[in-house]
Design a protein around this ligand. Structure first.
Ligand code: BGC
Length: 721
């Protein structure tokens, strides 16, 4: 810690310097070529002088560049306050691990923490001090492109995965050169945009906010995240950036968050389009009053905060408090002692894609893959002589996914490369067959693909959705495979039954029209740098798939939003197969159930749930119940199983979900081996928001089950007294 007196520092700053401490701009502004006062500089009301006291930079990486910008800044800023460099390091910096939706499907918090720490190490040496992660927006709607940035539809899973990311990036001390501070986003319920359209209006009751959407953000606050970013969407009529209730009452007062709040990109200025403000001055007043400390890439604070203070509309003490909070954060990062934090061009080169990091990315890609269907073709024998690789994802590195830091497509191992490395003596023929571009109906490559399939001993059909079709601003209304990939998959599967589909995609897709025509489906998501190596290991049985979906795959886009923890209706009558009878809550042309469920995922071995034992059937407020589940690997291969524990509150004041995940454990069992997994249930886990929206537990009966969705293996009951 430096000996600097931060309060004294604030008091020596001019009013405008204090305002500009809370202004974040991209790195381009600090490289002389961009400093053009007729361009962006003019829009932001900036000149050479005002740039000298800006507090923070976003979006730039690379140790040399960051060191250069910081050095120049410190030579010019009369207060000598280092800038903080922030960036979106979402699933890796240079070494890319699977996108968050894939990581969610690993159901592995330790792995998530390990991956986050790896990203922190690479990011920190490349000059990044804060990452805009974790993103924990509950995502129930596959139309939304940003679903790929979350860990899916479940509050508990997003909470534990979010907390693991905070821990993995921050560690115990963010001043350490291998650590990066986190900024949890996007508060709140950004994933609930109407019709799955990005940035769209969100109408969610306070009860649903508190029960489903808030817990993951709160878990990240509890885990110690240093920053929070409010979301773009308007929330029940009030955009979060201007929402005092959300930022002050809930985030600061209820959750006790005392870190820094930063706007999303121009979210302050967007209040004009949203109709809350007639100009930037009003944007500044509304956002600052609501509690937003830092403005990212809009000119409102810079141009108008000092004026608002002069007019007495905002108190200077409030500004001083926000500046002090930010300076304290800089102090905690250790920037007053070492303004470059971990930035180091030599280490940056050493760490980027180093073998240790590649190994972590490989493991993560293996653990997050989900086997959705297997007629018995997988794993392929390693003795196959000729392998046909079909489809637009057969030999491409464009499988790292959106928001992939400084990762590059040409640094990702393609499926072809992965298989070549694993089976150097096999003869591999690649035939792309068609593109994955929306609207491209060209089938002229089919003949070659079918011929290659016929001539092969094993066929891998690599299809999906291009990586730039998911991520920010990438909503879709059609969730089928793009272009003519469905036809390709069917034709190739018909030509050779020893074939399997490998899926590369950033969101759940509607696979209804191909599921019965293909022999196996292995969901790889956007697996990152080592995607091709992981695919090879999984296809040829070196690794047994163990991922479980963290998000439901709809049968039809018309089912969206769709999620496992829904509320029962008053007309839920089911037929034997689990589908619904008519004059019940149903569709005429499609069942209610998804094609693939949250929690679902096959293995090359069989797990048998032998028994579930509850140590007592009555829980009092101070007690606990231990649930032990005995699982046996009844197959012939070693494997991992994610044992998932769900509860249901049977009678309550307000409607409760039909199932709620409250715990999970991943166990490794050798072929033939049995193991016992024990979960602890305590009263706080049974709380929910009652008639008055108070967080309480209610006395009465609960069921406890293991399995997933409508495939529960064992169920028992207990009572809360
Ligand atoms: C996104 C944020 C991101 C920010 C900075 C915005 O458009 O919504 O998630 O952190 O840009 O890159």
């Amino acid at each position: 810690m430096s000996n600097i007196d931060l309060k004294a520092l604030v008091s020596q700053m001019t009013l405008q310097e204090k305002v500009d401490q809370l202004f974040q701009l991209t790195g381009n502004f600090f490289l002389s070529a961009q400093a053009d006062i007729t361009g962006p500089m003019g829009f932001f009301g900036l000149d050479e002088e005002s740039l000298k006291s800006i507090g923070t930079v976003l979006g730039s990486g690379g140790a040399e560049k960051i060191i250069e910008i910081q050095k120049k800044h410190l030579s010019e800023d009369r207060n000598k306050i280092p800038m903080v460099f922030m960036r979106d390091i979402i699933h890796g910096c240079r070494t890319v691990y699977p996108m968050p939706l894939a990581m969610g499907s690993s159901f592995d918090t330790e792995l998530m923490e390990e991956c986050s720490y790896m990203a922190a190490r690479e990011a920190s040496v490349s000059g990044t001090q804060v990452t805009f992660t974790p993103m924990v927006d509950i995502s129930r709607d596959a139309r939304w492109g940003r679903i790929m940035e979350s860990c899916g539809e479940d509050p508990y899973l997003n909470s534990v995965m979010g907390a693991a990311q905070v821990k993995g990036f921050q560690g115990d001390d963010i001043s350490k050169p291998d650590r990066v501070a986190t900024c949890v986003k996007h508060l709140a319920a950004y994933g609930a945009g109407e019709a799955g359209r990005d940035y769209n209006n969100v109408e969610v009751s306070e009860r649903a906010l508190r029960e489903f959407y808030f817990p993951p953000y709160k878990a990240c606050v509890d885990a110690g995240t240093k920053m929070v970013m409010p979301s773009f969407n308007s929330l029940n009529g009030i955009p979060p950036i201007a929402n005092k209730w959300l930022l002050k009452n809930v985030l600061r007062d209820e959750w006790g968050f005392n870190g820094v709040i930063i706007s999303d990109w121009n979210a302050v200025g967007e209040l004009i389009n949203q109709g809350l403000a007639d100009g930037y001055k009003e944007c500044a007043r509304l956002s600052f009053e609501a509690g937003c400390d830092i403005e990212m890439m809009s000119p409102a604070y810079h141009k108008h905060l000092a004026e608002l203070i002069g007019e007495g509309k905002i108190l200077e003490e409030e500004l001083d408090a926000a500046v002090l909070r930010f300076l304290e954060f800089k102090e905690e990062l250790g920037l007053f002692d070492d303004p470059y934090h971990g930035a180091d061009p030599i280490k940056e080169k050493e760490l980027a894609l180093c073998p240790e990091h590649r190994e972590i990315a490989y493991r993560a890609a293996c653990e997050s893959a989900v086997l959705l269907k297997n007629d018995g073709v997988l794993p392929f024998s390693k003795d196959v002589k000729r392998i046909a690789l079909i489809g637009p994802f057969a030999d491409t590195g464009a499988i790292k996914g959106a928001w992939a830091g400084s990762g590059r497509d040409d640094e990702c191992v393609t499926v072809r490369e992965g298989i070549e490395r694993l089976l150097p003596n096999a003869q591999i023929v690649t035939a792309v067959g068609c593109s994955a571009t929306i609207g491209d109906n060209d089938t002229s490559g089919f003949d070659e693909a079918i011929k290659a399939a016929k001539d092969a001993d094993a066929v891998v059909i690599c299809i999906g959705e291009p990586q730039n079709y998911s991520g920010e601003g990438c909503s879709r209304t059609d969730l089928h495979l793009t272009g003519v990939q469905e036809e390709l998959a069917k034709a190739v599967s018909a030509a050779n039954k020893n074939s399997a589909v490998l899926l590369f995609n950033g969101r759940p897709l509607v696979l209804t029209d191909i599921v019965d025509n293909v022999n196996a489906i292995l969901e790889m998501w956007m697996p990152g740098t080592e995607g091709g190596s992981a695919a090879a290991s999984l296809l040829f049985g070196d690794v047994n798939p163990c991922g479980k979906l963290c998000v439901s795959f709809p049968k039809s886009v018309g089912q969206c939003p769709i999620y496992y923890n829904y509320f029962n209706t008053g007309k839920p009558k089911k037929k034997k197969d689990g589908e619904y009878e008519s004059f019940t809550s149903n569709y005429l042309d499609c069942g209610n159930l998804p094609l693939f469920f949250f929690g679902e995922g096959l293995s090359y071995t069989d797990f048998v749930y032998e028994s579930m034992t509850i140590d007592k059937n009555v829980l009092d407020e101070n007690g606990e119940i231990n649930v032990s589940v005995r699982v046996r690997n009844a197959g012939e291969r070693d494997g991992k199983e994610v044992v998932q524990l769900y509860i249901r509150d049977l009678i309550s004041e307000a409607v409760r979900p039909v199932q709620e995940l409250i715990g999970f454990k991943k166990v490794f069992l050798k072929a033939g081996e049995s193991g016992t997994v024990t979960f602890r249930i305590t009263e706080p886990q049974l709380r929910y928001y009652n008639f008055n929206c108070e967080c309480v537990s209610e006395k009465g009966d609960f069921t406890v089950s293991v399995g997933y969705a409508n495939h529960m293996k064992l169920t028992d009951k207990f009572t809360l007294e």
